[in-house]
Design a binder for this molecule. Structure first.
Ligand code: HEM
Length: 437
């Protein structure tokens, strides 16, 4: 009879000291050597890595009930509360049902005018500044957009304050001197967040709006109960954090990749010219038709996925690839490594957006090969939101400005929370001849 091998027999690898800057390539090499499951230790705790489409399918779809999001994303719960990303089981499913309507592609018509306006206002002075850090600037755009579209907060001092607190919480791990200091500062920052958000939540209860927060305030669970302040606070935080941090990285990486590949950039520009007048802001219909840009976005998602590994806890023992993994083990399904498997993505480290165009469509050969937004029923709820926002941003920027990378920078992707360009990406910006309004 088939007997699975014990946990201890799973190949063990030491994580290298440059793990955070070499996460995808390192884990892809390890996959090549040991196969789709291996183990290591992170912060003194055993961790099992699962890599490749077969592993992704197992974690995200066929055996998803074995895995706990709350245990996996416990750090996010500690920082921002228990929101959609971190819930498990039927509680999650109920809350996701409440939010789903606000994230369908047709609902994006509602957000696009907000996105277009904020992108225009935030970037209007770029040419006169000469040099901008596109990563830092993208964060201001995506945060303003998430704050207004999802919670109805208007750009300005209050939203800037809000962003500042969120960024401070995200950076606590590097700033705090020890665990006590971390907890003390976290409690203080969360207190500030609460002070800012609670009046907004109470205001929404009295005057419901049609943003996501307004929708959640009015929602009732199966027993007819409204969500508590605590739950609304967590949902809002998580939507804002998940909704801006990842889009910030991905839009900056996409701009970077395009400026590094002028031939492909020209094709993106030709597509823009074919679909939109010089001065027109992108419509949802035009964005849907931007396939050349869409493929570049997928290539940025593949090469620089903002979420490198999807963390999980385990409710029960499971067996994968002939090995038994006990309950309460931490598991990472590796997004970044899955994207670098040469049998799926030809010449995987090369920038080649046409791999996503017919007839190649490399990502469709095996399901769960491209998982930058996760997959299965817990796929990122903000996928449409992020893609529309990033395409609108790039469409406006490329038709308005010319970009060039400031020389002498070392552009490094570091996985700390998300896969960010750790020293930013500085670009020269100059206006194009036509006036874009
Ligand atoms: C480039 C942008 C984005 C990327 C790469 C991204 C990536 C991801 C990934 C990989 C997951 C699954 C995590 C897992 O399996 O554990 C996820 C889930 C989630 N994302 Fe995103 N995300 C992006 C934008 C957004 C936006 C704009 C929002 C909200 C407006 C958002 C909200 C969420 C939420 C709430 C979940 C949890 C969904 C659930 O478990 O039901 N994300 N995202």
């Amino acid at each position: 009879m088939h007997q699975p091998r014990a946990f201890e027999e799973i190949s063990f690898v030491e994580l290298p000291s440059n793990y955070q800057t070499d996460l995808g390539p390192f884990l892809a090499r390890t996959y090549d050597h040991y196969g789709p499951i291996f183990r290591s230790s992170a912060f003194g705790q055993p961790v099992v890595y699962m890599v490749g489409p077969e592993a992704n399918r197992f974690v995200l779809a066929s055996h998803r009930q074995v895995f706990s999001h709350r245990q996996g994303w416990w750090k996010v719960v500690e920082m921002f509360g228990d929101g959609l990303l971190t819930m498990d089981g039927t509680e999650h499913d109920q809350h996701r049902r409440m939010m789903n309507p606000a994230f369908t592609i047709s609902y994006m018509d509602h957000y696009l005018p907000i996105m277009n306006r904020i992108i225009r206002e935030r970037t209007t002075a770029w040419a006169s500044r000469g040099v901008v850090d596109v990563y830092e600037e993208a964060r201001k755009i995506t945060f303003d957009v998430a704050a207004e579209a999802l919670t109805g907060l208007h750009a300005g001092l209050e939203v800037d304050q809000f962003r500042d607190i969120v960024v401070q919480i995200l950076n606590l791990g590097i700033v705090a001197i020890d665990a006590d200091d971390y907890q003390r500062r976290l409690a203080q920052l969360k207190g500030h967040l609460y002070e800012l958000l609670l009046p907004k939540i109470q205001e929404r209860r009295q005057h419901p709006t049609n943003d996501v927060l307004g929708m959640l305030v009015q929602a009732r669970d199966d027993a007819g109960r409204a969500l508590s302040d605590e739950q609304l606070f967590a949902h809002t935080n998580i939507l804002l954090v998940a909704g801006h941090e990842t889009s910030t990285s991905l839009s900056a990486w996409l701009l970077y990749l395009l400026t590094q590949h002028p031939d492909y950039l020209q094709r993106v520009l030709d597509e823009q010219t074919a679909l939109l007048d010089d001065s027109a802001e992108p419509t949802l219909e035009a964005l849907k038709q931007m396939k050349v840009l869409e493929n570049a976005l997928s290539e940025a998602e593949r090469l620089y996925p903002p979420v490198g590994n999807g963390p999980r806890g385990t409710f029960e023992d499971f067996e994968f690839h002939g090995y038994r993994v006990p309950a309460d083990t931490r598991v990472f399904y590796s997004i970044a490594a899955s994207h670098l498997i040469p049998s799926i993505f030809a010449n995987p480290t090369a920038f080649d957006p046409d791999r996503f165009a017919p007839p190649r469509e490399e990502h469709k050969k095996v399901p769960y090969s491209l998982v930058g937004f996760g997959g299965g029923s817990r796929i990122c709820i903000g996928t449409n939101f992020a893609k529309v926002e990033i395409k609108a941003m790039v469409s406006q920027l490329l038709r308005r400005y010319q970009f060039g990378l400031v020389p002498g920078q070392t552009i490094v992707q570091l996985y700390r929370g998300t896969g960010m360009p750790v020293r930013g990406i500085k670009m020269y910006v100059s206006g194009k001849q036509h006036v874009y309004r």
